[in-house]
Design a protein around this ligand. Structure first.
Ligand code: SF4
Length: 98
C-alpha cells in the first residue's frame, strides 16, 4: 500500500506534470501488473510500458516523484518496481553510513 505521507501536497502546481504524460489515457493495465503475473508476461508488459515512458516528455518528473513517494507498484518514469526498490534501498544504506 502506498504511504500517502510521502506524497506531495494536493496542489495543482505539484501534479501538473502528469497532464503531459505519454500514458495519459492509456490502459493502466500496461503499467500495473495484475495479480499473480510472473515471468515473460510480466517482462513483456513492463517493456511495453517502458517504451511508452521512453518517449514521455515528463519522464524525469515522473521518476523523481515515484522515488520520493516510494511508489510500490507499477512502471513510473521508465522504471519498474524492482528497479525503484533497489535505488531506494541503496539510498537508505548510504544514509545509514553517513
Ligand atoms: S514517464 Fe511513463 S509513467 Fe511517467 S508520466 Fe510518462 S509515460 Fe506515464
Amino acid at each position: 500500500m502506498t504511504c500517502t505521507t510521502r506524497l506531495p501536497k494536493p496542489v495543482a502546481d505539484v501534479w501538473d506534470w502528469q497532464i503531459e504524460g505519454s500514458c495519459r489515457g492509456a490502459n493502466s493495465a500496461i503499467f500495473f501488473h495484475p495479480d499473480n503475473e510472473r515471468g515473460s508476461a510480466r517482462s513483456a508488459r513492463e517493456n511495453h510500458a517502458k517504451q511508452i515512458c521512453a518517449a514521455c516528455p515528463v519522464l524525469e518528473q515522473c521518476r523523481q516523484h515515484a522515488l520520493e513517494a516510494q511508489e510500490p507498484y507499477g512502471v513510473w518514469g521508465g522504471m519498474g518496481e524492482d528497479e525503484r526498490r533497489k535505488i531506494i534501498a541503496s539510498a537508505r544504506r548510504r544514509l545509514r553510513v553517513a
